[in-house]
Design a protein around this ligand. Structure first.
Ligand code: HEM
Length: 215
């Protein structure tokens, strides 16, 4: 039953991540001056800081797309080389997109309060992903697993953010993305991090309970 729920959650996560990543690929056309449904506030950000904004927006979807498969236990154990190479590419995409995000955040369309939220996210994203990679290199796989869960919780903020936008318009009276961005800079990722923290705490307590019984 529990395994079924975990598998269903992983499939849902992968499905949403692939959908949002494909949708975000419209930014690949921006260097050719083609803006496919890009919000005017975001166009303003790109106009001010094109290199860092587009580095972030074009590379970010690669991390989003590669992340979910790393969490499927069977894929990880049956194709360890694939896990390693996908993981390295994921880390590189997070670090490059994260640096782009860090230098885009001061220009966030929601102003200084949004900038603080996105800057915190960028610093934590880069730091957690880098530390997760170092833990794997040091063969500390327990720590690696935990840190990569947190890394992807932040990467998945790209999905949570987009899911929250229609609710903001429908139920909270927002009239533009720019207005909402002040909140989204926090609500897009803090709940994800809390869910992962609770999950990690619950699984470690359960494991401790099992080993105490076995002893
Ligand atoms: C986790 C760390 C991340 C940080 C710190 C971050 C930061 C930012 C910032 C500051 C903006 C400008 C938003 C505004 O002006 O209101 C932005 C926009 C954007 N980001 Fe990220 N982001 C992150 C993750 C991602 C990921 C994983 C993706 C992958 C899809 C992504 C894709 C985009 C796109 C496509 C935009 C343009 C706005 C839109 O279409 O909604 N970001 N990001």
């Amino acid at each position: 039953m529990e395994k079924g729920i975990a598998r269903y959650s992983l499939y849902t996560m992968a499905f949403l991540a692939v959908g949002v990543a494909i949708h975000a690929m419209r930014y690949d056309a921006v260097p050719d001056n083609i803006y496919l449904g890009v919000d005017s506030a975001i166009r303003g950000v790109i106009a001010r800081v094109p290199v860092q904004a587009l580095t972030h927006m074009i590379v970010g979807p690669i991390a989003l797309l590669l992340g979910p498969w790393q969490f499927f236990p069977r894929l990880r154990s049956s194709r360890p080389r694939l896990h390693r190479w996908t993981g390295r590419t994921y880390v590189a995409a997070c670090l490059v997109s994260g640096m782009g995000a860090l230098f885009t955040a001061p220009f966030a369309s929601g102003g200084p309060v949004a900038s603080v939220g996105f800057t915190m996210l960028a610093v934590l994203w880069i730091g957690t992903t880098f530390a997760g990679w170092r833990a794997a290199v040091a063969r500390n796989f327990e720590l690696h697993r935990i840190l990569m869960r947190f890394s992807y919780a932040m990467t998945f903020g790209a999905v949570t953010l987009r899911l929250q936008i229609p609710f903001g318009f429908m139920f909270f009276g927002f009239t533009s993305y720019r207005e909402m961005s002040v909140w989204l800079a926090y609500t897009s990722w803090i709940p994800n991090v809390i869910v992962v923290a609770l999950y990690t705490f619950a699984t470690s307590m359960r494991r401790r309970g099992t080993s105490a019984v076995a002893a």
